[in-house]
Design a protein around this ligand. Structure first.
Ligand SMILES: Cc1ncc(C[n+]2csc(CCOP(=O)(O)OP(=O)(O)O)c2C)c(N)n1
Ligand SMILES: [Mg+2]
Length: 577
């Protein structure tokens, strides 16, 4: 239904009118966008109010970066652009990090920001929150648009939706000058101007010759490996991906956010034998995974000396040969590529060589057995493995729960220890390794899926979005935040080498009680000093669905520098402090 502006003072014979506010709302609703994440203020406060009045869920945050992260992960989870709504200049800039991060991670998202008076901004006459937002957004997203006339709102939003969803998904910026929202036009013409986007992410079918080439290479392998990336998770082609992996019999390695696409305990999962399979594989099929830094660019020490051939499935043709030669590029959307491969494999596909499959399996079992006793320790203060051992059991018992994870040691160790059982249940720092996604992701995961959320957060990582615990309480979301409190970044034991009164740059207030932040907003706060206490508190939170924050006391000495990526720190041969 089209909304109409009610003008009580209008003459009875006046035509029905609508305005920019309602056209934006109607355009969103027409396209099935029924949640907005944002922070109110001039010029979009009324837009949020009216959107709520019209049945859109408007989730109000304490900082735009968190609202932006929420929108981005909503996009990942639903394959529809998540919308973040902000005010002009500073609010827009606060949302921009999330927009850039969404683009880097290929999450469909639209950042809609109100902006100041165009004429004044363009003459740089010092308007309230003056900024040329469109120009600033452009290099950080897939596309950026500005709408100046109410009649173009429908087209503007359609362009934004298509740009965010089609091809490789990503972030889009939509600039709405404040004046636009107040513009009035004929209601019928307004209704006609709206666009329902048909087939926003059209299938892109791979060429049969590319499929044949890929299978020829795959067939020739003695030690094949499949790597699943978050593009594969995004595709929601779970059954076909599983069928492809199982039919091939090839060991598979899930990237962080692809964990659970097939269960981590699947007999073909090579997650616990990562370094062996990367070194020894001769043919690697990448499914929605890029050869970026997370895979050491497909070359160097971690890939060993064995020559490799890569098969790559990706929707973006420019991804091919980005780091190393791709022997068999398969360009198309992941679902279409996987279906085509499956079909072409036929009924008599020869499963992967047994000696290779078995050697990967035994390496994996050896590594799992090595880790097992460490996960069962009940030390107090806890070390990472003791605490994660408890959380691992909880996720095993509650495979529907969504795990959000950020930090350094807290991230790297949780990724290895906590097995995932279902697709798109692990949400984390992604391609950039960015801190600050935690509460935004947790909130959107709860809102979009209705499932319980467990956010496992380093104490530093949590600080980037911690104020949103109020938002979690305000909307009474089933989110349990566990803070791995080791008194700092990587470790809480660094000292100021000068002996001065400032503490070292990596350490925080010792013995902080983050749980009391939750008390302040009416949620449940728990201080946990042993894995048993931690397990009890998380289970209680998951059973009750009440907003909970657990301060898990971790030995400040138990982490290592930069978690698992300390090698990326620049080194000088001069050892001067
Ligand atoms: C936006 C952003 N700022 C800074 C960093 C650098 N950084 C990487 S991990 C990290 C925090 C690690 O500490 P914590 O979350 O407490 O995890 P721990 O290793 O102590 O378990 C920081 C600040 C980053 N990745 N992203
Ligand atoms: Mg820490």
């Amino acid at each position: 239904m089209l909304n109409t502006a009610t003008k009580t003072d209008a003459p009875a014979d006046q035509q029905e009118l609508t305005d920019g506010f309602h056209l934006v709302i109607d355009a969103l609703k027409l396209n099935g966008i029924n949640t907005i994440y944002g922070v109110p203020g001039i010029p979009i406060t009324d837009l949020g109010r009216m959107a709520q009045a019209e049945g859109i869920r408007v989730i109000s945050f304490r900082h735009e970066q968190n609202a932006g992260n929420a929108a981005a992960i909503a996009g990942f989870l639903t394959k529809k652009p998540g919308v973040c709504l902000t005010v002009s200049a500073p609010g827009f800039l606060n949302g921009l990090t999330a927009l850039a991060n969404a683009t880097t991670n290929c999450f469909p998202m639209i950042l809609i920001s109100g902006s100041s008076e165009r004429e004044i901004v363009d003459l740089q006459q010092g308007d309230y929150e003056e900024m040329d937002q469109l120009a600033i957004a452009k290099p950080l997203c897939k596309a950026a648009f500005r709408v100046l006339h109410a009649v173009d709102i429908g087209i503007g939003l359609a362009r934004a939706i298509r740009a965010a969803m089609s091809g490789r998904p990503g972030g889009v910026y939509l600039d709405l000058p404040g004046k636009l929202l107040g513009q009035v036009m004929n209601a019928e013409a307004g209704a006609k101007s709206l666009v329902k986007v048909i087939d926003a992410a059209p299938a892109q079918i791979p060429a049969p010759s590319a499929i044949k080439r890929a299978l020829d290479v795959f067939k020739s392998a003695k030690r094949p490996l499949i790597i699943l990336g978050k593009g594969a998770a995004y595709a929601q082609a779970d059954d076909d991906i599983r069928a492809l992996v199982e039919k091939s019999g090839v060991p598979f390695l899930p990237m962080s956010m692809a964990k659970g696409l097939l269960p981590d305990l699947h007999p073909q999962c090579a997650g616990a034998a990562r370094s062996t399979v990367l070194k020894d594989a001769d043919v690697v099929m990448l499914i929605g995974a890029r050869l970026n830094w997370l895979l050491s660019h497909g070359k160097g020490k971690s890939w060993g000396d064995q020559p490799k051939k890569f098969i790559q499935l990706d929707i973006e043709p420019k991804e091919m040969d980005s780091n190393v030669e791709i022997a068999a590029p398969v360009v198309g959307d992941i679902a279409s590529c996987v279906t085509a491969l499956l079909e072409a494999m036929g009924a008599n596909w020869q499963a992967a060589p047994a000696d290779w499959v078995n050697s990967v399996k035994s390496k994996r079992e050896e590594n799992i057995a090595k880790m097992a006793p460490r996960l069962m320790n009940n030390k107090s203060p806890m070390d990472y493995h003791g605490a994660l051992g408890a959380l691992r059991t909880i996720i095993k018992e509650r495979p529907d729960a969504i795990l959000v994870n950020e930090g350094a040691n807290t991230l790297d160790l949780a990724r290895g220890v906590i097995d995932m059982y279902k697709p798109r249940k692990r949400l984390d720092v992604g391609t950039w390794g960015v801190m600050g996604i935690g509460m935004g992701f947790a909130i959107a995961a709860a809102i979009e899926t209705g499932k319980p959320v467990l956010a496992v957060e380093g104490d530093s990582a949590f600080g980037f979005s911690g104020m949103e615990v109020e938002t979690i309480c305000r909307y009474n979301l089933p989110v349990c935040v566990v803070i791995f409190n080791n008194d700092g970044i990587y470790r809480g034991t660094d000292v100021n080498p000068t002996g001065g009164s400032d503490v070292a740059p990596t350490v925080f207030v010792k013995g902080s009680r983050y749980d009391r932040m939750m008390d302040a907003f009416g949620g449940i706060g728990v201080n946990a000093t042993t894995p048993d206490e931690l397990k009890r508190a998380v289970n209680a939170a998951m059973d009750s669905g009440k907003p909970t924050l657990i301060n898990a006391v971790i030995d400040p000495a138990s982490g290592s520098e930069s978690g698992r990526i300390g090698n990326l720190n620049p080194q000088s041969i001069l050892k001067k402090k």
